[in-house]
Design a protein around this ligand. Structure first.
Ligand SMILES: [Mg+2]
Length: 289
């Protein structure tokens, strides 16, 4: 991996959330400036057929038709599954994180990547349970505005065994056709009828809002926190596990999956999501009209 130097300091930008809430000013995330490495030089491979981005000989392979139409869950990384900050931006009250002996690898949720990338990354509480349980119902993809090197590194932190993601499941900003706009056109298997998107940011998905489930943004470090409030790290706290945002999202995804299966062949998950938005208490689509 190439030697890393600290990227230049981020700029503060403001974004308006289409849900009606004004998001606090978020600095440009370090992952959007993540340094190129050998890893980044390889474009995301498309290992499945059906994605618009299919390239190479595999794209010509005709796969046998699946008996059951599988749902696809497209996951954002930053502020959805994890939080990354430049190490140089740690608040004084967060410096203790660098002095603590790390727990055994399997139990680790905070990763000190200063030597290679100049960053620290904290996984969101409940994320591994979330991936395991969501992965049983959905085919999982990553779609991030971070670059390819960052996306692959973060995916390895989330899924060290490679149980949930293969390289072809990862879409990074080099794959985007339009700057700062995410699109299912470049997501393998990105058929709008079967895709649910989980992201903390709405405006990047303006062409696929019917597929979007917004999750409350996760911020662990002060750098992306709200002015005047202590970060989770400073307060030595964290988001709840079992009652946190990912657990709530998983509950909705379970219901969406169940309702989609009830629709049978030809079902469209956008209809299911519309139902769940309007009547979140529903358990079956037949009550939803
Ligand atoms: Mg995000």
């Amino acid at each position: 991996m190439a030697a890393a130097t600290m990227p230049s300091l981020p700029q503060v930008v403001s974004r308006r959330d289409r849900d009606g809430g004004l998001r606090h000013g978020l600095p440009v995330a370090p992952q959007e400036r993540f340094l190129k490495t050998d890893e980044a030089a390889a474009p995301a491979k498309r290992l499945r057929t059906g994605g618009v981005g299919d390239v190479g000989p595999r794209a010509a392979v005709v796969m046998p038709e699946k008996k059951e139409k599988r749902l696809v869950l497209v996951l954002d990384l930053d502020h959805t599954l994890l939080h990354t900050t430049p190490a140089l931006r740690l608040a004084p009250g967060e410096a203790y994180l660098l002095r603590r002996p790390p727990p055994p690898l399997g139990q680790r949720t905070l990763f000190d990547l200063r030597e290679t990338h100049g960053i620290l990354t904290k996984l969101r509480p409940f994320v591994r349970t979330f991936l395991r349980e969501a992965g049983a119902m959905y085919d999982l993809r990553i779609c991030t505005k971070g670059n390819s090197a960052y996306a692959h590194r973060m995916t390895r932190l989330l899924d060290p065994e490679g149980s949930h993601f293969s390289p072809g499941d990862i879409v990074a900003r080099e794959d985007f056709r339009e700057k700062d706009k995410k699109s299912l056109d470049v997501v393998p298997g990105g058929d709008e009828r079967v895709v649910v998107i989980l992201d903390d940011t709405v405006d990047v998905w303006e062409n696929h809002l019917d597929n979007l489930v917004r999750v409350r943004p996760y911020g662990y470090f002060a750098f992306h926190g709200r002015p005047g409030e202590k970060s989770f790290a400073e307060a030595r706290l964290d988001e709840e596990e079992a009652a946190g945002a990912l657990a709530k999202s998983l509950d909705l995804l379970r219901r969406a999956h169940e309702m989609f299966l009830d629709l049978g062949a030809g079902g469209d998950v956008r209809e299911v999501l519309r139902c769940l938005r309007e009547k979140p208490e529903l358990r079956a689509p037949r009550h939803c009209s």
